[in-house]
Design a protein around this ligand. Structure first.
Ligand code: PLP
Length: 472
């Protein structure tokens, strides 16, 4: 592709992107293709000669697009969002154009220093302790793994890094029954073993019970195990339950345990001062993660990971081969030592564009609007005779089910709701997902898409009620 061709196609593509965003509601929010349908339409072998851009683009529209679920659709209420915004997209175009690999300060000083400044901005914007340090990671899963590895090294005096697990010491990790699966994955990868992950019972709001945490720690200690780390969640995946940090933090202090806080989704709500109560007690924590790529209009991937003690983090991961030695040494942040991968994308740029473009006020208004819409939706459920809320709604996730008065048996109601979910999603008009809370098949409706408005939420509620009626 010549530079002239690139200019022409880039202009066409920007028009395509703007049209897509403008007309996104014309697409079915969830792809309805069957397994194998896309791969069957792709040639088995790579082309020998180059193909014209117009042909590639036509195939993108004809083959790829029908197989896409449209995460930026305002009727996307599934999982947690991976929302985005125009300034984020523009920054991502620049990042791709620069094509920088920002592993160390020298490989792009601006990337390293912008990242440092963005993490300082986020600390102030969310009310995290001012003396903490931040680093961008690809996902919350990676950040949590980094935290558990750092805890492991601190508590083994860096022996596992040196010798592996040679001593008969067995660490234990604690989380709630509602914790995200990435915690178990981290425990497996860190060599601790999933049998040594303790899932602490939750209360009626699905938050960790500190009164059950402490006895579990004591029991393990009595049995010769080494309690290592607690992972508290602010905004669980199932129902955005908020684990009580003050009580958990005190237990960690008392028994000398590492405390990691997973706020992957809900962390964005901390931009609202009235939601900062969620991290009361954060001073007792060691690390904290949240994903601007979930709810802060910064397209995937962009995870903000914060640590109280950067020296232990860096000691856990640093490795300095001759070819990476630079004259700046410790005067700069070489982020390759702040996590797992060596190579790093320039992710700070999109955060900078998003935060500057909306301003703190613009971001807060959008987040507050999402929470207000969710409260409105929860109110409709409360008033309805046929639907029931299944969990508190502290933020913008509503957990509910369809439960007509004459349906008593749990399994029958569960099957009814499974059918309801399939029916709703098959319309292509809205997209919801489910979880199970206390054995009850639970519909999850998240209101966090960048452009979601009252109209979308009202239409969704109408559609859900109509679909339910046809099932009866
Ligand atoms: N923690 C929580 C509470 C989550 O809800 C999720 C994903 O939804 C994760 C961690 C994992 O996030 P990521 O995909 O960034 O690894």
């Amino acid at each position: 592709m010549t530079p002239q061709d690139f200019r022409k196609h880039a202009h066409e593509l920007v028009d395509w992107m703007a049209d897509y965003l403008e007309n996104i509601e014309k697409y079915p929010v969830k792809s309805s293709v069957q397994p194998g349908e896309i791969i069957d339409r792709l040639p088995e072998d790579a082309p020998v000669g180059g193909e014209p851009f117009a042909q590639i683009m036509a195939d993108f529209e004809n083959i790829i697009l029908p197989g896409m679920t449209h995460w930026q659709h305002p009727n996307f209420h599934a999982y947690f969002p991976a929302n985005s915004s125009p300034p984020s997209l523009l920054a991502e175009m620049l990042t791709a154009t620069l094509g920088a690999q920002c592993m160390i300060w020298q490989t792009s000083p601006a990337a390293a220093e912008l990242e440092e400044r963005m993490m300082q901005w986020l600390i102030k914007m969310t009310g995290l302790p001012a003396n903490w340090h931040g680093v961008i990671q690809d996902t919350a899963s990676t950040a949590t793994l980094s935290s558990i590895l750092t805890a492991r090294e601190k508590f083994s005096d860096f022996a596992v890094n040196r010798r592996g697990f040679v001593d008969p010491q067995r660490f234990t990790v604690y989380c709630s029954e509602q914790t995200h699966s990435s915690i178990e994955k981290a425990v497996k990868i860190a060599g601790i073993g999933s049998e040594y992950l303790r899932q602490i019972p939750v209360d009626e709001a699905f938050a960790m019970r500190p009164d059950a945490l402490e006895p579990a720690i004591l029991r393990d200690r009595e049995n010769g195990l080494i309690p290592l780390c607690v992972v508290a969640t602010i905004g669980t995946t199932g129902s955005t339950a908020i684990d009580p940090l003050p009580a958990i933090g005190e237990i960690c202090q008392k028994h000398n345990l590492w405390l990691h806080v997973d706020a992957a989704f809900a962390g964005t709500a901390l931009l609202l001062p009235e939601k900062r109560w969620m991290i009361d007690g954060i001073a007792h924590a060691d690390t904290f993660v949240f994903n601007p790529h979930k709810w802060m209009f910064t397209n995937f991937d962009c995870t903000a990971y914060f640590v109280k003690d950067k020296t232990t983090l860096i000691r856990t991961f640093e490795i300095l081969p001759e070819y990476l030695k630079t004259a700046e040494g410790s005067r700069v942040n070489n982020y390759r030592d702040w996590g797992i991968p060596l190579g790093r994308r320039f992710r700070a740029l999109k955060l900078w564009f998003v935060i500057r473009s909306y301003g703190m006020q613009g971001l807060r208004e959008k987040i507050a609007a999402h929470i207000a819409l969710a409260q409105q939706f929860a109110g409709w459920i409360r008033e309805s005779n046929d639907f029931e809320l299944l969990a508190p709604v502290p933020l913008n996730l509503i957990c509910f089910h369809f439960k007509p008065k004459d349906f008593k048996d749990v399994e029958t109601v569960n099957r009814l709701n499974e059918r309801l979910l399939t029916k709703i999603n098959a319309t292509g008009k809205i997209y919801l997902t489910h979880t199970k809370l206390n054995g009850i098949f639970t519909l999850r409706m998240v209101i966090g898409q960048t452009n979601v408005t009252l109209r979308h939420v009202e239409n969704a509620w109408k559609l859900i009620q109509q679909a339910a009626k046809t099932l009866r």
